[in-house]
Design a protein around this ligand. Structure first.
Ligand SMILES: NC(=O)C1=CN([C@@H]2O[C@H](COP(=O)(O)OP(=O)(O)OC[C@H]3O[C@@H](n4cnc5c(N)ncnc54)[C@H](OP(=O)(O)O)[C@@H]3O)[C@@H](O)[C@H]2O)[C@H](O)CC1
Ligand SMILES: [K+]
Length: 487
């Protein structure tokens, strides 16, 4: 009996898990009764003052969960009204319906009343198209009446795979799901449409809650074994020398944020590679961060002969896109990890083939695009409505042979080998100017300390979120670096 709180399982895989559980001798009706019991318990816990429980039941097993919840709520003394359609004959849902007293009324018969609480058991993992007009109208009526909604498995109208509504979609206050989360429970806007999540054990053994698709929440198990060790014998060069490329005279702050973050994230040394015209201005701001004037790609080429330069961050406030392309070329050939952010990505808009061609072989490129930067690099992926954010990040990772940190409230970290992690816990106030610069510096520092790119990116995103939690909601990006701490 278990839940898997880190694996993310597509609805199609969830169906296979259900089938495997049933094949192992666990009755499907037993699963449904357990699911319905968790739904009823959620309603009773959060809505003790409800006047009526309004159960919307669909034709399938999601509806079946609803019939079980309806019976249990009625047995608990709740005034229960069921609306929807008869379940298909012969299955577990039909049995749940038969076991539940009372009849099912047409959806259109529901008239909202104060004290109503909706249990949305219309569609769950089986949703594969927009809900029809009748359901769309029902959703609108529920929204207009501000009737609280407890969704079974997923709010009806929400794709469990992509986190995108297929059309009209309930806004739930609570969502009760089973065995493992689906990507749509974490990806936006799905996470917002689910309201408070409740992941419940319905009796499926842990050994069966697995998937052949390596998608998970971002969690310590992904990177713990690769974190830099605090080795007393280490000297600063052993802890890695990170280079951050600075912008021009009036746009050096972003690189300073990345550089400061790099030191706080454990890089032994951080050097700002600065255009000659900005060296003096940058020098007035720097203390522990060193500086080197780098004027041209030739200058950089020569400096790269120093093997102690362990990792590079280019992009924050860089400004000159032509120069960015000129610098990324030798960086690609240096065979050391590189983080490209902001202008380092915009410099290759519409030219991902050239960028990918610079980083062939062992994966050593990490890109950290936000939505707009991702679209500028991968317009065709961004325009494909069938693709989830995970699909897009994975496709981009393969195209570039890079780890993609696709930022947002639902940051997706994807590797060329298919691994993907969704980071859903970062505080919303991290969405502020300069926050991405800090993240680039953290990941650069972890790479400089020898972490592999995917693990460094997952750990960096986690460190960034924790720094944001510690800095508090009034933070600005400048407040972040001192709050960066090892995981
Ligand atoms: N371990 C678990 O997660 C368990 C989950 N359970 C519940 O089972 C559902 C999944 O049940 P399923 O019958 O596969 O699918 P749904 O109930 O979600 O959908 C039923 C059918 O509805 C049709 N459909 C799909 N989208 C639409 C739409 N927009 N409008 C109208 N009809 C639609 C589709 O059938 P078609 O033949 O018409 O294509 C669906 O098959 C899961 O969500 C859980 O709640 C188990 O009860 C316990 C274990
Ligand atoms: K539902």
């Amino acid at each position: 009996m278990a839940i898997n709180a880190i694996l993310l399982v597509n609805p199609s895989t969830m169906g296979k898990i259900d089938a495997a559980a049933i094949a192992s001798g666990i009755g499907g009706y037993g699963l449904m009764q357990a699911a319905g019991a968790h739904v009823a318990a959620c309603v009773l816990r959060y809505y003790p003052a409800m006047v009526r429980a309004i159960i919307f039941c669909g034709p399938g097993n999601n509806g079946g969960d609803g019939h079980v919840a309806a019976r249990l709520l009625a047995e608990s003394g709740v005034d229960v009204c069921r609306y929807g359609v008869e379940p298909r004959p012969g299955g577990d849902a039909a049995r749940a319906h038969a076991d539940c007293p009372g009849k099912i009324l047409p959806l259109a018969d529901w008239c909202p009343e104060p004290g109503d609480v909706i249990v949305d058991a219309l569609f769950g993992a089986g949703l594969d198209r927009p809900v029809n007009d009748e359901v769309a109208a029902l959703i609108e009526r529920a929204k207009a009446a501000e009737t609280p909604v407890v969704a079974v498995d997923l709010p009806s109208g929400l794709s469990g795979r992509t986190g995108q509504p297929t059309g009209a979609c309930f806004q739930a206050c609570h969502t009760v799901t089973f065995a493992a989360l689906k990507p749509g429970h974490l990806l936006m806007p799905g996470r917002a449409l689910c309201g408070e999540m409740h992941l419940c054990d319905i009796g499926i053994p842990a050994r069966l809650i697995t998937g052949d698709d390596p998608i998970s929440c971002n969690h310590a198990g992904l990177y713990n074994d690769y974190l830099p060790a605090a080795d007393p014998a280490q000297h600063k060069y052993k802890r890695g020398h990170l280079v951050v490329f600075s912008g021009r005279l009036i746009s050096g702050g972003a690189a300073r944020l990345a550089a400061s973050a790099g030191l706080h994230a454990g890089a032994g040394l951080v050097t700002l590679a600065t255009p000659p015209g900005a060296v003096m201005v940058q020098a007035t701001h720097l203390t522990a961060v060193m500086q080197r004037s780098v004027k041209s790609a030739d200058d950089l080429d020569q400096w790269l002969e120093d093997p102690r330069l362990a990792a590079f961050v280019l992009g924050p406030g860089f400004g000159d896109l032509d120069k960015a392309r000129d610098f990324v070329t030798p960086l690609g050939g240096a065979n050391r990890p590189v983080v490209l952010d902001a202008d380092g990505l915009s410099a290759f808009a519409g030219d991902t083939e050239r960028l990918g061609g610079l980083f062939l072989g062992e994966t050593r490129l990490v890109i950290t695009p936000h939505e707009g930067e991702f679209r500028r690099l991968f317009a065709e992926l961004s325009d494909d409505p069938q693709l989830s954010k995970i699909d897009r990040a994975r496709a981009a990772a393969k195209i570039l042979n890079a780890v993609v940190v696709y930022k947002g409230p639902d940051t997706v970290i994807a590797a060329p080998d298919g691994r993907a992690a969704v980071n859903a816990g970062a505080p919303p106030w991290l969405a502020t100017a300069g926050s991405g610069d800090v993240l680039a510096g953290i990941i650069g520092a972890l790479l400089a300390q020898g972490m592999p790119p995917f693990e460094a990116s997952c750990a960096g995103v986690a460190m960034h979120g924790q720094a944001g939690d510690r800095a508090g909601r009034a933070m600005t990006a400048e407040d972040l670096p001192p709050h960066i701490a090892p995981l």
